[in-house]
Design a protein around this ligand. Structure first.
Ligand SMILES: [Zn+2]
Ligand SMILES: [Zn+2]
Length: 78
């Protein structure tokens, strides 16, 4: 599961799971301002993409997901 970091790595601005944020392939995480200022990841010079927003919790996923997916989620968090 994608680690949802809660702060920007360069300016420490708070980032909400369901707000706008940018990540590189190593999951370095930045606010929109830093992402557009640098263009690429300041740590690894990798491509920055918009982080998918997480609007629901694991409990909500478990409630909706079929048993097959549920096992996968439990396996990933163990
Ligand atoms: Zn920032
Ligand atoms: Zn990076």
């Amino acid at each position: 599961m994608l680690k949802m970091k809660s702060t920007c790595e360069t300016c420490s601005a708070p980032l909400r799971d369901d707000g706008e944020a940018f990540i590189c392939s190593y999951e370095c995480t930045y606010c929109a301002g830093c992402a557009s200022a640098h263009g690429v990841c300041p740590n690894c010079a990798g491509e920055l993409v918009r982080r998918p927003q997480r609007t629901t919790g694991v409990a909500e996923i478990a409630r909706r997901a079929p048993a097959r997916l549920l096992r996968k989620i439990q396996g990933a968090t163990r």
